[in-house]
Write a protein that binds this ligand. Structure first.
Ligand code: ZN
Length: 502
C-alpha cells in the first residue's frame, strides 16, 4: 500500500488537483491567446504544444497511483469533509472515464480540435462548408466512440448530454422542448399579427471605440472588479476563468449592431460573476469553475435577459448610451430602446436571437446533434437539414452556410451535447427569479438605480459560492425546489404580451 494513512492520500489528492489546475491555467491562457491576438499561422505549432500538454494532463489523471489514492480515501470516506468527499467523487468519475479512453485517442482528439477550430473560422469566413466537413466528420466519430467509453449502457447522445449536465437525457429534453414549443409557437404567431416594434435605430453606425467605452461602463454597472476580470475581443464571445481571482471575457464589436457587444458583454459578465463569486476554497480544486454548463448558462442568461433586457436596467443605462451616441439616438427615447432590444423577430443567427425565439435555435441544433450521433444523417447532410429545420421552426430561409450551420464554434470545439444546456439555463433563471423576489423583495427597484447587489447576493449565496460542491440538479433544488419549465413560459408570455399589447 502506497498510502499508509488517510492524511497521506489527502496530501496526494491535493497535490494532484493543484498540478492539474496549473496545467489547465496554462492551457486556458494559450486558448485565450489563440482566440484573441495570436497570429493566424501560429496554430500548427500551438497544436503540437497543446498536444504535449494534453498528454501530460492525461497521464497525470490516468496514473494508476490515483486509483490507489482514491481507494484509500473511499475506504475512510466518513472522516472526510464535505468538500473532500465531493472531490473524491468527481476525481473517481474522471479517473474511471479517462482510463476508458486510450491515451493515443485522447491526444489525437485534442490536436484535431485545435486544427478544426482554425479551419472552422476559415470555412465560416469563406462560406465553404466543405473545408470544415472532414474535421466535423472526425469530431462526430470521436464523440460517438467517447460516448461508448463514458457509458456504454446509454444511448451515445444521452452519454454526451450527461457530460455537460449530469442526469440529462433525450427523454427529458424531448418533453421540455415540447412544452416550450407549445407555449412559444402560438405566442410567436400572435406577435406576428401585432404592430411590429421599430428597432431600426439599433442598426445605425455606432463607432467601435465608443462601444468599447460602453462595454467598460457595463462591467462597472455589473460590478466586475477590473483587478480580477478583463475583457478582450474574439470572433465568438466566451468566458475563461482560471480561478476566482482571474476571469477573462471576450466580445465582438460590430459597427452596425451595437447591441451585439452590449448583450454579449452582459452575458459573459454573468458567467464571469459566477466564477468570481466562488468561494476561495475551490481554487486549485477539481470543483472549481461552477456546477455545470446548464447552471453556468442560467447565470449568464439571468444577467443578459432577466436583468439586461428588463425595463429597469435599460432605463438605467439609457442616459449613458445617449451621452456616448447622441446623434445615433437623437430621435429615440427610453421606452423605444426597451422595446427595441426586446423586438421579437425570427432570425438566422442564434447569438443575435431575441429572448423568445432563442430556444427554437437551440431545438434545431438539438435535433441535428441527435441525428448525427444516431447516424441518422451524415455530416454531408448537415447544411440541408439545418436549412430545412430553420424554415420549419423559425420560418426563415437560410441564404448560406456562414449564416447557417457554420455560425457556431461549438462543434469545432468538440462540444456536442452542449447546446441544450443553453435552453435549460434560460429556463432555470425565471424560477430562480421567482424564489429570489419572494425571499429578498423586488430586485428591480434597485436595478432601476443601477444597483444589482441584491440579485447578486442571492445568486452568490445560493448558487455561485458552492461551485461544484453539489450536483447541478441538487444545487437547483436546494434553493428553488423541483424544476418546472412553466416559470419560463409564464415569464415569456407575460413579458411579450405586455410589449406587444396582446
Ligand atoms: Zn454562455
Amino acid at each position: 500500500m502506497k498510502y499508509k494513512t488517510t492524511q497521506q492520500a489527502l496530501d496526494a489528492m491535493q497535490a494532484l488537483q493543484e498540478t492539474l489546475a496549473a496545467y489547465h491555467h496554462v492551457m486556458g491562457v494559450t486558448y485565450l491567446d489563440a482566440s484573441t491576438c495570436a497570429p493566424k499561422g501560429s496554430y500548427e505549432c500551438r497544436g503540437k504544444a497543446m498536444g504535449i500538454l494534453s498528454r501530460i494532463t492525461y497521464d497525470l489523471m490516468a496514473n494508476p497511483d490515483n486509483d490507489e489514492m482514491l481507494s484509500a480515501l473511499e475506504a475512510d470516506i466518513d472522516s472526510l469533509s464535505q468538500q473532500q468527499k465531493r472531490e473524491v467523487e468527481v476525481l473517481r468519475k474522471n479517473y474511471d472515464q479517462l482510463n476508458r479512453i486510450p491515451a493515443e485517442e485522447y491526444v489525437q482528439y485534442s490536436v484535431l480540435l485545435n486544427d478544426a477550430e482554425a479551419m472552422w473560422e476559415k470555412a465560416k469566413n469563406q462560406n465553404d462548408f466543405e473545408l470544415f466537413a472532414p474535421y466535423l466528420e472526425k469530431i462526430v466519430d470521436f464523440n460517438i466512440k467517447f460516448a461508448g467509453y463514458y457509458d456504454a449502457g446509454k444511448h451515445p447522445y444521452d452519454a454526451l448530454l450527461n457530460e455537460y449536465e449530469e442526469g440529462l437525457t433525450m427523454e427529458t429534453l424531448d418533453g421540455f422542448f415540447g412544452q416550450l414549443r407549445s407555449a412559444i409557437v402560438p405566442l410567436l404567431e400572435r406577435i406576428g399579427e401585432a404592430e411590429p416594434v421599430d428597432n431600426s435605430f439599433l442598426f445605425r453606425k455606432y463607432p467601435v471605440e465608443k462601444q468599447k467605452e460602453f462595454a467598460k461602463y457595463l462591467m462597472e454597472v455589473l460590478d466586475m472588479d477590473p483587478n480580477f476580470c478583463a475583457i478582450s475581443e474574439s470572433e465568438h464571445p466566451f468566458t475563461n476563468g482560471f480561478n476566482n481571482k482571474d476571469v477573462r471575457i471576450t466580445t465582438h464589436y460590430y459597427e452596425n449592431a451595437p447591441t451585439f457587444a452590449m448583450y454579449s458583454t452582459i452575458h459573459e459578465g454573468g458567467h464571469a460573476i459566477y466564477e468570481l463569486d466562488i468561494d476561495d476554497c475551490y481554487n486549485f480544486s477539481t470543483l472549481s469553475g461552477g456546477a455545470s454548463m446548464g447552471i453556468h448558462e442560467s447565470q449568464s442568461r439571468f444577467y443578459e435577459n432577466l436583468i439586461g433586457r428588463s425595463r429597469a436596467f435599460t432605463s438605467y443605462v439609457f442616459p449613458k448610451l445617449k451621452e456616448l451616441f447622441p446623434e445615433q439616438l437623437a430621435d429615440v427615447d427610453e421606452e423605444m430602446f426597451y422595446r427595441g432590444v426586446n423586438k421579437v423577430e425570427p432570425s438566422l443567427i442564434r447569438t443575435e436571437a431575441d429572448e423568445l425565439t432563442y430556444s427554437l435555435h437551440i431545438m434545431v441544433r438539438y435535433e441535428i446533434e441527435k441525428m448525427l450521433i444516431s447516424r441518422e444523417i451524415s455530416v454531408q447532410d448537415v447544411p440541408a437539414t439545418w436549412n430545412r429545420l430553420y424554415k420549419e421552426y423559425l420560418g426563415v430561409e437560410v441564404p448560406d452556410d456562414t449564416n447557417g450551420c457554420l455560425q457556431d464554434i461549438h462543434w469545432a470545439g468538440g462540444s456536442i451535447g452542449y447546446f441544450p444546456s443553453y435552453a435549460l439555463g434560460s429556463a432555470y433563471g425565471p424560477q430562480m427569479l421567482a424564489v429570489m423576489q419572494k425571499e429578498v423583495g423586488d430586485i428591480y427597484q434597485d436595478v432601476e438605480k443601477g444597483d444589482l447587489s441584491k440579485a447578486r447576493a442571492w445568486l452568490k449565496e445560493n448558487i455561485h459560492r458552492h461551485s461544484a460542491l453539489y450536483k447541478p440538479g441538487e444545487l437547483f433544488e436546494r434553493c428553488c425546489g423541483k424544476f418546472d419549465a412553466k416559470y419560463f413560459t409564464d415569464y415569456l408570455t407575460k413579458k411579450f404580451s405586455e410589449i406587444y399589447d396582446l
